[in-house]
Design a protein around this ligand. Structure first.
Ligand SMILES: C[S@@+](CC[C@H](N)C(=O)[O-])C[C@H]1O[C@@H](n2cnc3c(N)ncnc32)[C@H](O)[C@@H]1O
Length: 374
């Protein structure tokens, strides 16, 4: 009872949303998400093996009366990456049915993201020759989105580092010392701030898993790719130049510079925090393993060599596509050009930051199955 009330609070907090930059223009997510696409490609073989080892067509058809196979991509954004992931999933399921000498089923694919996501762009870009029925599902994946026991395969990639709205202590001077003044992220912040982020991440992930446990069919599977930080680098790390979130810290320093010049208000900088957290790998594994709703069938790190972009312009565009909507919502329209041109100059002085391996970010592929409670 207590847990469901807490989950309800978390999903209410999602009135504010942080979708990626929509459309198909030069700053859009659709044009600036090649790193996330490479992550999906890097997981292709793992996804294929996961489906052939754990997606049993006979068990699926006996455990569910609905005929289409229901698949969801949570945090799909505007495409095209989500279409690539769905294509890999459907191909693997089809192979599985063929190997069991069963007729190919119909597929119903749900594309989920925040209500502010640009679903029009997503729908316009749906592959014309797709072999599935497509629907958009707006809303936060930290709460319930689907009827009970209605999903056969749940997928999410590069999305679970976003936490639900951060608690108030981080934007106010209070007794707990967690006010994140002069910064926009926990990177480089005092331990109290990191703790608030970490605590909130745990609650968000738990709420996510609990909601999915209600929605998945008994023999369904869930494949997640979750960004994390290599162990032992989440701390204040002041003696190191490179650590997870260092890129966001640098972006924050541009906003602080702009506040000094009166281009944005200092109060706005102090009350802005990017709701993104990279748990230590060890902690993430612990959270997943201790979860009461799912058992872990497979957990593997993706090869991280792809996690870098070629040049400063591309690097800055990737950040802009992910953060512009959130930033403009807080600071008002028109700050992005100035902010990201300042950011480009700082990145040029610090090019090591462009390689996520330098930032010690890793991607964990994890395959989960619902625990069958008596
Ligand atoms: C980095 S993008 C990844 C998009 C896509 N999965 C890909 O690999 O290209 C993260 C996506 O997660 C979405 N997202 C973040 N928090 C969410 C939430 N609580 N509920 C639904 N979507 C969310 C964002 O709006 C964004 O579209």
């Amino acid at each position: 009872m207590e847990r469901s009330m807490e989950n309800e609070e978390l999903s209410k907090a999602f009135v504010q949303s942080f979708a990626m930059k929509g459309g198909d223009g030069p700053h859009s997510y659709a044009q600036n998400s090649s790193i996330q696409r490479l992550a999906i490609e890097a997981a292709k073989n793992l996804l294929h093996c996961a489906i052939s080892n754990h997606f049993d067509p006979n068990a699926i058809s006996s455990s569910s009366s609905t005929s289409p196979i229901s698949i969801v991509d949570l945090g799909c954004s505007t495409g095209p990456n989500t279409f690539i992931a769905i294509q890999y999933i459907i191909e693997a399921i089809q192979t599985q049915y063929q190997s069991h000498n069963l007729p190919t089923p119909e597929f119903q694919v749900f594309f989920n993201d925040q209500v502010s996501n640009d679903f029009n762009t997503l729908f316009q870009k749906l592959p014309p020759n797709r072999n599935y029925f497509a629907s958009g599902v707006p809303g936060s994946f930290h709460g319930r989105l689907f009827p009970r026991q209605s999903l056969h395969l749940i997928h999410s990639s590069s999305s679970l580092s976003w936490v639900s709205k951060l608690p108030k202590e981080i934007i106010r001077d209070g007794s707990c010392g967690a006010w994140n003044k002069g910064r926009i992220h926990y990177a480089g912040a005092p331990r109290e701030v990191v703790d608030v982020y970490e605590e909130h991440y745990k609650k968000s992930l738990e709420a996510f898993l609990h909601a999915r446990a209600e929605e998945i069919v008994r023999n369904g599977i869930m494949a997640l790719q979750i960004p994390a930080s290599q162990d032992h680098v989440i701390d204040d790390g002041n003696d190191e130049k490179l650590y997870p979130g260092r890129d966001l810290e640098l972006l924050g320093s541009c906003l602080v510079d702009m506040a000094k010049l009166g281009l944005v208000s200092e109060e706005k900088v102090d009350s802005f925090n990017i709701p993104m957290f990279f748990p230590q790998l060890k902690e993430l594994k612990k959270l997943l393993l201790s979860n009461e709703d799912f058992s872990i069938e497979q957990m593997e790190l993706l090869d991280g060599k792809f996690l870098s972009v070629g040049n400063v312009e591309m690097y800055v565009s990737h950040h802009r596509a992910a953060l512009e909507a959130l930033i403009e919502k807080h600071f008002g329209e028109g700050v992005a050009d100035e902010l990201f041109s300042r950011y480009a100059k700082k990145v040029l002085e610090f090019p090591e930051i462009m390689d996520m391996q330098n930032l010690k970010i890793v991607l964990l592929f994890v395959l989960l199955k619902p625990k069958l409670h008596a």
